[in-house]
Design a protein around this ligand. Sequence first.
Ligand code: NAD
Length: 318
Amino acid sequence: MKIVVLDGYTLNPGDLDWDGFKALGDFICYDRTESKDILDRSKDADIIITNKTPITAETISSCKNLKYIGVLATGYNVVDVDAATGANIPVCNIPTYGTAAVSQFVFALLLNICHHVQSHSEAVQEGRWASCPDFCFWDSPLTELSGKTMGLIGFGRIGQDTAKIAQAFGMKVIAYDSYQNPDLVSDTLKYGTLDELLSQSDVISLHCPLFDSTKGIINAANIAKMKDGAILINTSRGPLVVEDDLAAALNSGKLRAAGLDVVSTEPIKEDNVLLKAKNCYITPHIAWAPIEARKRLMDIAVDNLAKFLQGTVQNKVN
Ligand code: NAD
């Protein structure tokens, strides 16, 4: 059984091990695979494991031994799932490893915008506190979250976990989702229409998947419906946001700030308009990556494959 991992580096840059996969067959792991090498590296594989390396219909039809595709992530849009289904090959993902990590990261971005901890610390290290005539100083507005309203677009696992943290901060929550669970409604949480959420929220955080129906959901028309000075957080997928429209809203001051862990093209392009937008804080798609979450991801990926080899498929998306 030949197991090929095409791009293992981001899951395991050296602080985890691949022993679980090694115990299941002949194992080879590439840190990364360029497009021109995908076919060559996959052609004899029984099992292909990918994170962000695309597995096209052409790859699937060329790999004559292929029996299983494992995705080292929740999102599986890198695989041509229809082609895999047509070839009777299960595609298995990791649905839940990162919920706590991503919801925590929403607040890492948001609290940075509220307090600018790093830039104030740098100012202190540069000597500005030592030379300050007063006992304290701050460079940017400081914001208390208690009493503010957080709008969550997409209210699945991560959205709901984010809501719990928001409520612990004393925030009210408005959730917008195509599916509503009345059991989740409380004094501090209500469902609303998208327009209600846009017009009433002080902070808007995106937690819906990238579908045709959600692509570009943050655009000029919807930004115009938001409160002046609202804050946008995106840890979901970059193309949910029309980046030119967000940059314009930040530069005009319509939006106070944005915290983004994802952008339209990753890695980010040097000419991405958001790199020069005002009050735009961008991290390199790291919400998922605390070691605890990556360890969980590795364990589930191994378990998915072990179960498949024993004849029970789990976390199949097709
Ligand atoms: P989930 O499937 O549990 O929740 C998604 C929710 O979005 C569901 O409740 C669904 O009903 C809702 N939804 C679908 N279409 C919608 C629409 N048109 N409008 C409003 N809501 C809609 O997924 P999750 O585990 O909460 O993950 C959410 C997203 O987070 C993933 O799709 C992924 O893109 C992203 N993510 C990012 C990272 C990261 O490192 N930044 C890590 C993991 C996941």
